[in-house]
Design a protein around this ligand. Sequence first.
Ligand SMILES: *[C@@H]1O[C@H](CO)[C@@H](O)[C@H](O)[C@H]1NC(C)=O
Ligand SMILES: *[C@@H]1O[C@H](CO)[C@@H](O)[C@H](O)[C@H]1NC(C)=O
Ligand SMILES: *[C@@H]1O[C@H](CO)[C@@H](O)[C@H](O)[C@H]1NC(C)=O
Length: 500
Amino acid sequence: MLNNGGVFVGLLVLLLPVFFPNLFSPLGHASPSIFSEWNTPKPRHLPLLKGALQHKTKYGQRSDLWSPLASQGYKPCFDSPTTHVLPEKSEGYIQVFLDGGLNQQRMGICDAVAVAKILNATLVIPHLEVNPVWKDSSSFSEIFDVDHFIDVLKDEISIVKELPKEYSWSSREYYATAIRATRIKTAPVHASANWYLENVIPVLQSYGIAAIAPFSHRLAFEEVSRDIQRLRCKVNFQALTFVPHIKSLGDALVSRLRYPSEKYLRERTSENERQGDGKFVVLHLRFDKDMAAHSACDFGGGKAEKLALAKYRQVLWQGRVLNSQFTDEELRNQGRCPLTPEEIGLLLTALGFDNSTRLYLASHKVYGGEARISTLRKLFPFMEDKKSLASAEERAKIDGKASLLAALDYYVSMKSDIFISASPGNMHNALVGHRTYENLKTIKPSMTLLGQLFLNKSMGWSEFQQAVQEGHRNRQGQIRLRKKKQSIYTYPAPDCMCQA
Ligand SMILES: *[C@@H]1O[C@H](CO)[C@@H](O)[C@H](O)[C@H]1NC(C)=O
Ligand SMILES: *[C@@H]1O[C@H](CO)[C@@H](O)[C@H](O)[C@H]1NC(C)=O
Ligand SMILES: *[C@@H]1O[C@H](CO)[C@@H](O)[C@H](O)[C@H]1NC(C)=O
């Protein structure tokens, strides 16, 4: 999917109005009513599915698949301590208000640290906006370990949890109710360091504080000094860790995936530990209604589903969905259709995963629900998620909180032997980048190849499997150096990673 960057950038731009409405706009976003939609979606690739169900993986192939990535000659850069200098005096306070979901906010946090450093300012712990789609009001310190964050960065930048009393007027409410001189609202997308020096320093000098909002994607990846790039890397890969209760629940899930027989046993003896060689794969699957509708592809739910998705498109995007000009076949040929759970199951089987594979589903909601997931479950009966692995009691602190649920999935994904994301977007990018940084195996499906293979109804299982394997040989986590304009958070080499 990465060679389709353009397509997905386009898609995300189009999704923007839905996911990221203007900052401070009233929240009660009118969401389209729930339509009663389908006839139960049926498998669409029956001959392939038959082949996949009968498929047996050869032993050698299996160990290949699960073996960790060999070293690729890059490792995280280490800075000499002399590059860490706290400014002698702070120029003032920087506040940011971050919208989007957890992973977009994560990048905003990294950029906020960088901007505060560029300005020699003191950063106030970023305020996370409530997203109208996900509706989670968790604060920074309810998601991230705030003391760790401040501590890791303490030699480079001053960070405060709250503004001192004399500035307490500078609140979200203050900016929501009128135009204020201390609010910077014109930062262009991918603004340069100079832009901040020219436009924010004067505000800091006059008022001692500047609130920058909107702030998502507001710092360029080009022409930023090496030290600032390194600082962004340090924030993303070292300073941002989750709160202890997310980590401990995540560790419990990981251990239940690795040692399934002890699913609900907390204690593990070292004996078991030595015996257990359990491995698991995380599948990040985002096949929700927005995505399905936006793609304008046909997903096999029949006329009812087609109509429902078309109507949803109309309500949400008022005809601004370019894809709807193309036929399903054209879209598939270009790799522009999200993979269905069934198609992902076929992909995984063709890659060599068999029905003993422990699969963790990192996912929010699947359009079509269990009816759609059941085909994938047929191929991978040991499929788990945070609901199946943790008791309601254990989930009490996070249930219903989208950001915390996403944080848990992120944590488990980072611990997996193999991560595979079948959905473009911020979570995909964040994890691809973070796993590259730690040289962990990450399979990136080739959407174009798969779209074309799934169109060919005369293809047999073994031809399909061969084509899939060939097409994914170089998509398992091989380092790709960042190209101009690409994000250092998705492609951390060479800005965050140095030659070993
Ligand atoms: C920030 O501080 C450093 C070192 O104290 C100084 O060289 C630099 O000019 C300052 N930059 C700004 C924007 O004040
Ligand atoms: C896995 O597939 C094999 C056939 O390849 C079958 O015999 C076995 O029962 C399956 N196991 C599970 C748990 O479904
Ligand atoms: C479909 O797959 C078959 C078998 O691999 C192949 O011979 C045929 O050329 C393919 N058709 C198209 C349109 O690609």
